[in-house]
Design a protein around this ligand. Sequence first.
Ligand SMILES: O=C(CO)[C@H](O)[C@H](O)COP(=O)(O)O
Length: 219
Amino acid sequence: MNADALKKMAAEAALRYIQPGMIVGVGTGSTTNFFIEALGAARIHVDGYVASSLATENRLKMQGFNVLDLNGTGDIPVYIDGADEADPHFRLIKGGGGALTREKVVASAARLFVCIADVSKDKPMLGKFPLPVEVIPFARSYVARQLVKLGGSPTLRDGVTTDNGNAILDVTGLDLSDPLRMEETINAIPGVLDNGIFARRRADVLLFGSADGIIERKT
Ligand SMILES: O=C(CO)[C@H](O)[C@H](O)COP(=O)(O)O
């Protein structure tokens, strides 16, 4: 099975967490796009959706779904999103699609975070995938120098402006053996909006599509 088939499998499995009348947070990326397709086919009557990006908002609206402003919903019961890496402690790297800050906000506002991915994202530890860091454009070079001091090699993601009007630095070479510490250290650099380590707000459920079927792990 190819990666897309495995992503679709994980996305469809996430439907088991969706109940009629809920408000559902929806992430960003190709796996989440399969989830949006599956929602359309499943016809579960939810109250509305909170999107973690403008791209997701547009996709949801194209399906005729009701998209809500997070400022008016309070906490939400469930958030479904993909990841670039997941470790055995449910910690993630996210932000390959550049939506990491809003994704972390929606994940944090959710009572249950279900992470969906193909099994290639299941890793013994985080750190192979370049870590996305969202920075305000004014501080880009300063933040890059601080990331070098932390042992990283930052590269500006060319031509990318986030939904929040910011830039993304993709950082390789960081020691992520203590992901929570690195998440907080990077976020303490002035000019950083957020970074793609999800260690403070981890996933609650991991759903991996694999050749042997769905792998489901719960905290
Ligand atoms: O964090 C993300 C977007 O910011 C995505 O969830 C992550 O990049 C995984 O993407 P895909 O489902 O396309 O593999």
